[in-house]
Each structure stands twice: as structure tokens, then as C-alpha cells.
Design a protein around this ligand. Structure first.
Ligand code: ASP
Length: 465
């Protein structure tokens, strides 16, 4: 700490005392010889009055120079405001700081946009200057809510006996329907790591490893053609449990979501508990999609209509005469439908489920296959040649030969949950450093070109178009 400092929000408890505050100039108003600053730190905002006769010589010299977003130290006396000057909208609205001394930690250029209501500011500009955007109330609130959501999940799952894990980021492909990011290996010429689309295989292997209850705040990477609200990297609350039925996984997740809302967003009302369950088929028939918006009043920002969509099909057509996994190939086929695998695979339902809310998919999961033969059969049905099955998934098949327990899980999308609880229109608003719709980071300038020497080390030749 630089010295004893009072967080701005705490100044209300120091009436009549001299305090030191650190922070940024949020606004400045000049009235005759007086000036009023609103000073902001991470705890709040307060009014500071600069009266020339009260200021030290140094502060008097600086007074006219102080501009928006300067970073300052101000020493002053906390005074009650007059009855008429009280601002009921501000936590510190009953007090103000009568400045005695000021030190400038750093000057600031005029910010490229106003750090107030950013709804109409061009988003790319906000992203290029994210460190300034983060100073706004909106971003601060969203990031704090995100922290509360993640803290809640961690506490809840620890209470339920789960263990938090970290699984590798440099790994091998896992088939979850998206293109994967590749990382060239310098030490192994011509070989690549792949960034995980999700920790799916690792969490299943942890179940084989006897861990029984796994969770991870997991970063997932998907190299998709960017569609609206997608991010190339996003965060899931990934979880997996052994010796469970679908019922157990749904019950745990339902309890978790209900408690989450109560804990971090008590102003919201959940429309229906227990959450209604709708089969995929009924949902498609009745609503024409698999993430129906079941709200009664779509104009009420506090209404949350959760629902489970169950019995997803195991396969779908791939558009080229073959079939592909509707979710991923590790889902357990519905026990009643196993007999249809060879004859009518498109009719086979999977023990897989989605949690939807207000028209968004929040989370999906399944009970997994834990027998080698069935897993191998699914890969074959997907038209993967045997050598490729071995090369890509031999380790999973082998693991299932060592007493793999029945297991299942799911993976709620953290960005989306925070977005909906924050009433934000897209997930970029709840990510500290998001990427644009076309996967660029305007602040860091990623992706970027790499010098020839480093390309050579990574054994890469760029083919010019
Ligand atoms: N790995 C899956 C996904 O990312 C979630 C799951 O099945 O648990 O969608």
C-alpha cells in the first residue's frame, strides 16, 4: 500500500476526519472560484470540493490542470453535505470531501469516448480501449457479477463434494462438432497440439481414475466461422459425476441454478419450479426449435423461464449421405433404442439433455458410454475407419477396459448465464477482454504475423495466396 488510504465507499464512516483517497477524476464542474470533482475508485464515487483558501500551495498550483481520468491522491476532510445537496442516488451522497492536498499520480489524455453510458459507443472502439471501458459502471457491475457467479458455483460444488481440476490446454482433438485451433509443436517437427473444444475426454478419464465428482471453470476453444454471439474462447462450468443416472445430473443442476439465482440475482423470478421437461421431439413440434422461450411476459427483464429439453437424437444427417453425432459421440444411446442402432440409427435417442432459459441454450450434457464395445460401435456407425478410431480414440477405448464406472455430466456456459443475469445483449459485455465477431482482439492486435525465425522454429511455411 502506498499509505493509509480510505476506500471511497468507506468515507461515509469517517465524518469530520481527515482521510486520503486514491482514484480517478470521473467528472469536473467549475463554479466561480470553486471546483467540484467526482472521484472514482473500485469501491465507489464521491464528490470532492476544491476551495482555493483550503488548499495547500501545491494543490492550489495544480487545481486548474486537473482533467478527466487523471489518477490522483487527495487528502481532505469528510464533511456532511447540506440538506439540499444530498444525492440519494450515490452511496456517498450524504458526504463530500473538502480537499486539502492533491498529488497527481498520472495525467490522462482525453479518453476516446465518454466513460458513462456506453450503449451507443462503437464497440470496436470500446474493445481497443478496453482498459478504459472497464472503468465504466456497466463493465464493473458485469465483471463483479461474473465473479459472484463463479464464486457461487465453486462454493456450491465444493459443498456437494466435487473436486476442482485443471486439464490440459495443449492436447489432442476431441470431436464436438467444431473446427479446432492448432498449435504447431517445435520439438516434434510436423506435429501439432490442438486446443480443447471442451475437456470432455479428460473429465471422462478422471471418472475412470476414480475421482467421482469433477468440476472445472474450463476455457473452451472453437475455431468457428463467427456467428453473432460466439467467441473463439469461452468459459464453461464443466462437471462430471460417476455412478449417476440422468435424473441425478438434472437434479443437481436444477438445484444449483435455483440457488444461483437466489444468491446472485435475487431480483429475478423463476417462472416454474421444478423446471418443465420437454422432449426434443415435442419441442420441435410445438415451438419449431430446441430452445423455446417459455416466458409469460417477454418484456419483464426479471422473468426467468428455465426448461429441460431431453431425449435428443443420438445422430443427425451430415448433409452428405452419412450421419454425425448430434451432440458428441460419447453420449449413451437411450436403453430402449439400442436395438435400432444398426437398422434405424436416426431414430435412436441419446441420454442427453439441454438446459434452456428464455430462448437460450445454457448448458448441455449426457450420460456417457462406459463400455469399449458400444463406444467402438458408435465410432464405426459414424463412418470413422478403424485405423482412425485407434489413432484418435484408442486411449478412450483402452481406458474403458479398466473398470470404467457409469458416469455423466454437463457443462453450463458461464458467459451466457452472466449475460442473461446482467440483462446484457451479448456475451462480450461480460468478458473482460473479448474478441470481435470475426475473432480479432483489437486491443492486443491478435491474431498477428510472426517473424520468419519463429516460423522456422515451428516448422511452418506460409503459403502465399
Ligand atoms: N462437452 C460438452 C460440451 O461442451 C458438454 C458435456 O457433454 O458435458 O458441449
Amino acid at each position: 500500500m502506498l499509505e493509509l488510504r480510505t476506500p471511497i465507499r468507506e468515507t461515509v464512516k469517517a465524518l469530520g476526519q481527515e482521510v486520503v483517497i486514491f482514484g480517478w477524476v470521473n467528472s469536473r464542474r467549475d463554479m466561480g472560484k470553486l471546483a467540484f470533482l467526482d472521484m472514482r475508485d473500485s469501491s465507489g464515487l464521491m464528490q470532492v470540493v476544491l476551495v482555493p483558501a483550503e488548499l495547500s500551495e501545491r494543490a492550489l498550483g495544480l487545481m486548474s490542470d486537473i482533467r478527466l481520468e487523471y489518477c490522483l491522491k487527495i487528502t481532505g476532510i469528510v464533511n456532511k453535505r447540506g440538506e439540499k445537496q444530498i444525492n440519494p442516488n450515490l452511496e456517498t451522497g450524504a458526504v463530500e470531501l473538502l480537499a486539502k492536498d492533491i498529488e497527481i499520480f498520472n495525467l490522462s489524455k482525453t479518453p476516446p469516448f465518454e466513460l458513462g453510458d456506453t450503449k451507443n459507443i462503437h464497440e470496436e472502439l470500446r474493445m481497443k480501449y478496453r482498459y478504459l471501458d472497464l472503468r465504466t459502471d456497466r463493465m464493473r457491475r458485469n465483471i463483479i457479477l461474473r465473479d459472484k457467479v463463479i464464486t457461487f458455483f465453486r462454493d456450491f460444488l465444493h459443498r456437494e463434494g466435487f473436486i476442482e481440476f485443471e486439464t490440459p490446454i495443449l492436447t489432442k482433438g476431441t470431436p464436438e462438432g467444431s473446427r479446432e485451433y492448432l498449435v504447431p509443436s517445435r520439438l516434434h517437427d510436423g506435429k501439432f497440439y490442438v486446443l480443447p473444444q471442451s475437456p470432455q475426454q479428460f473429465k471422462q478419464l478422471l471418472m475412470v481414475g476414480g475421482m467421482e465428482k469433477y468440476f472445472q471453470i474450463a476455457r473452451c476453444f472453437r475455431d468457428e466461422d463467427q456467428r453473432g454471439d460466439r467467441q473463439p474462447e469461452f468459459t464453461q462450468l464443466d462437471l462430471e459425476m460417476s455412478f449417476v443416472t440422468q435424473e441425478d445430473v438434472l437434479a443437481l443442476n436444477e438445484k444449483m441454478m435455483i440457488e444461483l439465482v437466489k444468491t446472485v440475482a435475487p431480483e429475478k423470478k423463476i417462472l416454474q419450479v421444478p423446471f418443465p421437461r420437454i422432449s426434443y421431439r415435442d419441442s420441435m413440434e410445438k415451438y419449431g426449435n430446441d430452445k423455446p422461450d417459455l416466458r409469460q411476459d417477454k418484456t419483464d427483464p426479471n422473468e426467468l423461464a428455465f426448461a429441460w429439453i431431453v431425449d435428443f437424437p443420438m445422430f443427425e444427417t451430415d448433409g452428405e449421405g452419412g450421419i454425425q453425432a448430434a451432440h458428441h459421440p460419447f453420449c449413451m444411446p437411450h436403453p430402449e433404442d439400442v436395438g435400432l442402432l444398426d437398422t434405424e440409427p436416426l431414430k435412436v435417442r441419446a441420454a442427453s439433455y439441454d438446459l434452456v432459459m428464455n430462448g437460450y441454450e445454457l448448458s448441455s450434457g449426457s450420460i456417457r458410454i462406459h463400455h469399449r464395445d458400444l463406444q467402438n460401435k458408435i465410432f464405426q456407425l459414424l463412418g470413422i475407419p478403424d485405423e482412425l478410431i485407434q489413432a484418435r480414440f484408442g486411449h478412450m477405448l483402452e481406458a474403458f477396459e479398466y473398470g470404467a464406472p457409469p458416469h455423466g455430466g454437463m457443462a453450463p456456459g458461464i458467459d451466457r448465464i452472466v449475460m442473461l443475469l446482467a440483462n446484457e445483449p451479448n456475451i462480450r459485455e461480460v468478458i473482460a477482454f473479448p474478441k470481435t465477431g470475426d475473432a480479432r482482439d483489437p486491443l492486443m492486435g491478435a491474431p498477428s504475423e510472426i517473424e520468419e525465425k519463429r516460423l522456422r522454429e515451428a516448422h511452418i511455411d506460409i503459403r502465399k495466396k
